[in-house]
Design a protein around this ligand. Sequence first.
Ligand code: SF4
Length: 132
Amino acid sequence: MTSQGRTLPKRLEDFLRNWSLPRQFAGEDAASEAAQSEGSKGLRPRLEEADRIGTSICPYCAVGCAQLVYAKDNQVLHVEGDPRSPINQGTLCPKGAATASLLANPDRLTTACGGRTLCYGSRAGRWRICRA
Ligand code: SF4
């Protein structure tokens, strides 16, 4: 038995039955369901769940790449480049593409530091050096 409760021959049988390539060799159309595995049939694009799409500018550098921000229930799902922008034409560098991670980081400062040397991250509950 395997960790999934199926024997190796059963797993191989399932793999060959669900793998798209043998079904396409057997004559099924590659543009039909033959291109889908059992695992991929239930997958949905995560942006399908978004109830709002906003625009923003990448916060990281002076290039000012335009972004599309997808959100659901006021939580950011995804950030991508805005294809309408003449500056970045839908692209983001790796730093800009990680903007959603910046927003979701529990250690992110959520209050202005007011010019002090040390800032207190309200959610993280830690002091940080803000200015040298
Ligand atoms: S995506 Fe990259 S190049 Fe564009 S503004 Fe952000 S950091 Fe700068």
